[in-house]
Write a protein that binds this ligand. Structure first.
Ligand SMILES: [Zn+2]
Length: 301
């Protein structure tokens, strides 16, 4: 997926993305930062529509739905109201407060923290949330352990592509979570959003590790009895962000030397794949998947 930006509107090259304007805006924006949010809402809520009402008093530049579709609500050269009371120390020790005046905001539709009830996971509104879409984790700023709705693969791919376009077009110094600029007051995007992997992917320093999502997919397939059961430590290593080739190679008890030789590639090339420095070619990944007796999907970074 690839986006481009023309006249401060996100587009796909052929056309601009869906635009639902918000009246909740300020003056001119010269963006230095990109802030990632979740909406704390369910699939029925239409956040972009909500932002179009002046009574909402909030807005963001982009809203990304669970199906990966994106709506722009505010042009990127206009201040949107997504950050609220916030502060950040930028490069060279420059202090910023009220980050709306220096940041583009992306809202990703997601429930955020979830509570546990007798019947399973529930949102703050009491809505039931499918357990296969939930991880249990502690927020880095000490919100007690709870459930967090995972972001969909489609959302992750859309936000990466949008962030890449934004970073190409504007002098973006850094990408932060709302929780980074308003610690204690805000907890979005929270532990289900792998910010380090996301930033690496936006920079193009390596393939985005969708490992957590893949691990959850594997968990769901195990639950439905579709395939052999991977041990919990395999799933945990994937959730922790280790490259699937390394995780599955170790699980199969193969050394890097043996796998490289069997796949007909050099060991340094295999290391680069396992470090995320290189994507293996399709033919190499097919051979590796066959040797490790996993599917190609299980190995995709
Ligand atoms: Zn937020």
């Amino acid at each position: 997926m690839n986006f481009c930006i023309k006249n401060d509107r996100l587009g796909t090259g052929m056309s601009i993305v869906n635009f639902i304007g918000s009246p909740n805006i300020g003056g001119e924006l010269k963006a230095k930062f990109l802030i990632i949010h979740y909406t704390a809402s369910g699939p029925e809520a239409d956040t972009a529509r909500y932002f179009s009402q002046d009574t909402a008093n909030v807005s963001a530049h982009l809203v990304v739905r669970r199906d990966g579709s994106v709506t722009q609500c505010v042009p990127f050269n206009v201040v949107a109201w997504h950050a609220g009371k916030s502060q950040w120390t930028g490069k060279g020790g420059t202090r910023y407060s009220g980050l709306n005046n220096s940041a583009i905001g992306i809202e990703i539709e997601n429930w955020g923290p979830l509570g546990k009830s007798a019947g399973g996971w529930v949102s703050w509104t009491g809505a039931a949330v499918d357990g296969s879409k939930v991880i249990e984790a502690r927020h880095k700023f000490g919100v007690p352990d709870c459930g967090w709705e995972v972001f969909t693969t489609a959302q992750i791919e859309t936000v990466i592509a949008a962030a890449q376009a934004i970073c190409r077009e504007y002098a973006i110094e850094d990408i932060m979570g709302h929780d980074d600029i308003a610690p204690g007051r805000k907890s979005d995007p929270g532990p289900a959003w792998d910010m380090a992997a996301f930033k690496a992917s936006v920079r193009g320093g390596g393939p985005f590790q969708l490992n957590r999502q893949r691990a959850l997919d594997i968990r769901a397939r195990i639950a439905s009895g579709e395939e052999e059961t991977f041990p919990e430590d395999v799933v945990s290593a994937l959730v922790a962000g280790q490259h699937p080739v390394r995780v599955f190679r170790k699980w199969r008890g193969m050394t890097a030397v043996a796998l490289a030789r069997a796949a007909g590639i050099s060991q340094p090339y295999l290391s680069e794949i396992e470090n995320g420095a290189k994507d293996g070619s399709l033919s190499v990944m097919k051979r590796v998947a066959a040797l490790l007796n996993v599917t190609l999907d299980d190995l995709a970074g």
